[in-house]
Design a protein around this ligand. Structure first.
Ligand SMILES: [Zn+2]
Length: 369
């Protein structure tokens, strides 16, 4: 294998100093092999994935590779430099409020255009020919989006530049964390069996729809293409494996856990035949939860909150999740309001701050059916 790295400039300060992202290319040396794209920290405060990429590079060196890799740690050169007090601003562009993970490009018409342009040839083409042609279509669509005369906003620019790299890959992993969170993974419905190979306790099964994130932008066009070709009686099995993986809590890295996280990723790669030579890892019990069972509890009170139930805890309906303290009521019995679990389930994450207002996303819970 051969590793090369480069700094790709996406940002600069007002004095013209270039600010880049590190991009590691690993070439397995085999012809016609698949490509795996992995990025971390597009939400800049969510840094555990960067520690995972560190371990991946070290571990891949010891394995036989049947795929090429493009690895992009700390892929957001805008968010990376925006601090609010002691913390990275993180999920949102501090200037515009845009979520850094909602401006990937999806062209709703692309499958229809592709099929009408190549209607005559499709039946004669091999699967590989169709994949190659459609990938060019996707890249062209991204290029058009960037080059339009009026420009794009910062989050769009960042997302499309990253998507240009991801679009060349057969497998896309976008590494995130929650706020105060346990590990969980978003998987498209058709990959929930395979998603369990990552050895992460909760798999959230999401519908094949585009809502702005990189995983959706990566698997949705290929899934739609498959459906459209099927309607024409053509078998087409290719799809892009794309997942968003949430690796614990923001503003935190743990190198020991990152090694375990990397082992889960490698197990997935090994099961897919993309690497060989990994030792067995201890399997965890994995629950697959439909997105409709992943519930947000919004705070109905303002105040200072003590989180009693933590990420990963099992809760029963009616359990006290948290206590909210209101300093205008200290002289009577209403100073503390208990927040109860509306349903039984597993706490996946809670809000990171003790200061909450009405409508704050206090908890996210994977509830039992
Ligand atoms: Zn995130």
């Amino acid at each position: 294998m051969n590793i090369s790295k480069q700094m790709v400039t996406l940002n600069q300060d007002i004095a013209g100093q270039e600010i880049g992202i590190p991009v590691y290319d690993i070439d397995c040396g085999q012809p016609n092999c698949k490509t795996v794209y992995i990025q971390s920290a597009v939400h800049a405060a969510e840094m555990q994935g960067s520690a995972v990429i560190y371990h991946l590079i070290r571990k891949l060196k010891a394995l036989k590779l049947n795929a090429n890799f493009v690895l992009v740690p700390n892929c957001n050169p805008f968010g990376r430099t925006q601090r609010a007090g002691e913390y990275l601003q993180g999920r949102f562009d501090a200037t515009t409020g845009n979520n850094w993970n909602r401006f990937y490009h999806f062209d709703n018409e692309i499958v229809g255009r592709f099929i009408s342009e190549f209607d005559e040839q499709l039946a004669d083409w091999s699967e590989k020919q169709i994949v190659d042609k459609f990938r060019l279509f996707l890249l062209d669509s991204l290029n058009n989006k960037l080059n339009k005369d009026w420009g794009v906003n910062t989050a769009q620019f960042l997302n499309i530049k990253l998507q240009e790299m991801a679009s060349k890959a057969d497998m896309v992993l976008d590494l995130h964390t929650g706020p105060s969170s346990t590990r969980h993974i978003y998987s498209p419905e058709f990959l929930t069996e395979e998603a369990q190979w990552f050895n992460i306790e909760t798999v959230l099964s999401i519908p094949i729809e585009f809502a702005g994130a990189l995983d959706e932008a990566s698997f949705t066009p290929w899934y739609r293409l498959k459906q459209a070709l099927k309607q024409r009686g053509l078998d087409f099995d290719y799809h892009v494996d794309a997942f968003t993986i949430e690796l614990g809590s923001q503003e935190n890295i743990c190198l020991a856990q990152a090694s375990d996280d990397a082992n889960g990723v490698i197990q997935y790669l090994a099961k897919k035949g993309l690497v060989e030579g990994q030792e067995n890892i201890t399997p965890k019990t994995v629950a697959v939860v439909p997105l409709s069972n992943y519930k947000t509890l919004f705070s109905q009170h303002a105040g200072m909150v003590e989180y009693i139930k933590k990420a990963g805890d099992k809760v029963q309906k009616g359990d006290v999740l948290a206590r909210v303290l209101n300093s205008l009521e200290f002289d009577n019995d209403s100073a503390i309001v208990n927040i109860h679990a509306p349903q039984s389930g597993t706490v996946i994450l809670h809000y990171p701050s003790a200061a909450v207002q009405v409508g704050t996303q206090l908890y996210k819970i994977a509830v039992e059916s």
